[in-house]
Each structure stands twice: as structure tokens, then as C-alpha cells.
Design a protein around this ligand. Structure first.
Ligand code: HEC
Length: 178
């Protein structure tokens, strides 16, 4: 009893509660830590339209690589998906995304929004991704013509535009399949 109270008290806000949650958070860090620099570099080198093509290849490949190396299923999902083959949320993910959006609207920063739970015997974890100024180049309300063209070519069913800074763009969604 005393030990568990001490343990709870020694936790800092945002610290993972369990080992499996810590693993999920480490995978999120790995994914973001690998994708974001490549995205920034692609924009710097070729502009956002060309970076769209790079992102179309890199992001799915990175998710597949991380899934294969970790044994988790690593995806990104959104209520307004761009990649309609990969990013359509299932019912559990949709509920969590709706809650994230409501909490963001109520004032919580998107990066502080995450949620883990055991669903049908499998641990699942989601980390929200918020819209930063950089993201608006390809997810904002006004896109440059070459970006629109590239998006139409790769994602004819794209619904991932029209966002404002701070909004929840989507989430990284993990399932422990080990
Ligand atoms: C250069 C254009 C570009 C920029 C800048 C960009 N994205 Fe994207 N985004 C894309 C493309 C292309 C995809 C689809 C990738 C795929 O096929 O998996 C995508 C997909 C996503 C997805 C997966 C869900 C879905 O709708 O397919 C999330 C989440 C996301 N972006 C968040 C962000 C965030 C957050 C930022 C800013 C930090 C950002 N993006 C900046 C082009 C961009």
C-alpha cells in the first residue's frame, strides 16, 4: 500500500505508467525522429511538391520497417485521411481521435494527447500529431498549385487539407502484436 502510493507519487506527469506504454512511446519517438528530418530535408531540397512525392514513399516504408523490426503494428490514422489505403481509422481509433480533437479544442496541446488501453487482449496506444506551421504547406487551407497537383496525382481521394495550426492532424497508432 505505502509502496504503491510512493510509486504513484514519484511519477511525473507524462511519464509512462507501464513498461508496455514506455515501449509504445519509444516507437512513437523513433517514427517521428526518423520521418520529420527527412521531410524537412526534402522540402529544403526540392520544395513541398517534390517533398509530397518523397513523403508518399518514405512514410509508408518507415511504418513497415518499424512494424517488422518491433513486432508492433505501426500506423498513422486520421479522421480526414490522405492515404485512404492505410490511414482510415477503425472504430476504436475513431473514438480516440474524436476525443483527442475535443480535448484539443478545449485547450490541451495536441502533443500532450495520448491514450493506451488493452482492447480484445491486445495493448493499443495512440499519440496525437498536431499541426505545426510546416504542416500547413501540405495540410493547410491554401496550398500552392504544384502541391495541389502532386496531391491530386498521388492521393485522388485526399481529405487531409483545410487544417489550422494546433489542430489534431491525426495520430500514430500502435498495436502490440508480439
Ligand atoms: C511535403 C508535404 C507534407 C508536409 C509538409 C506534411 N505532410 Fe503529412 N502527409 C503528407 C503526405 C504525402 C501524406 C501521406 C503519406 C502516406 O501515404 O502515408 C501525409 C500523411 C500524414 C499523416 C497520416 C494520416 C493520413 O492522412 O494519411 C499524418 C498524421 C500527417 N501527415 C501529419 C503531418 C504533420 C503533423 C505534419 C507537420 C509536422 C505534416 N504531416 C507535414 C504530406 C505532408
Amino acid at each position: 500500500m505505502t509502496a504503491s502510493v510512493a510509486c504513484a507519487e514519484s511519477r511525473h506527469a507524462g511519464d509512462p505508467a507501464t513498461a508496455v506504454e514506455a515501449e509504445a512511446q519509444a516507437l512513437v519517438q523513433q517514427f517521428v525522429g526518423q520521418l520529420k528530418p527527412q521531410l524537412q530535408q526534402a522540402i529544403a531540397e526540392g520544395g513541398p511538391a517534390q517533398a509530397t512525392a518523397v513523403c508518399a514513399n518514405i512514410a509508408p516504408a518507415l511504418m513497415d520497417e518499424l512494424s517488422a523490426s518491433s513486432g508492433w503494428e505501426v500506423r498513422r490514422v486520421s479522421l480526414q485521411p490522405r492515404n485512404t489505403e492505410r490511414a482510415v481509422a477503425d472504430s476504436w481509433e475513431r473514438e480516440v481521435l474524436e476525443r483527442f480533437s475535443a480535448e484539443q479544442t478545449a485547450g490541451t496541446q495536441a502533443q500532450a494527447l495520448n491514450y493506451g488501453d488493452t482492447v480484445d487482449g491486445q495493448y493499443r496506444y495512440m499519440q496525437a500529431q498536431g499541426v505545426e506551421p510546416l504542416c500547413l504547406l501540405c495540410h493547410g487551407k491554401e496550398l500552392a498549385e504544384p502541391v495541389k497537383k502532386a496531391l491530386a496525382e498521388y492521393y485522388p481521394e485526399d481529405s487531409a487539407t483545410g487544417y489550422s495550426p494546433g489542430q489534431v492532424r491525426g495520430a500514430i497508432s500502435l498495436i502490440d502484436r508480439r
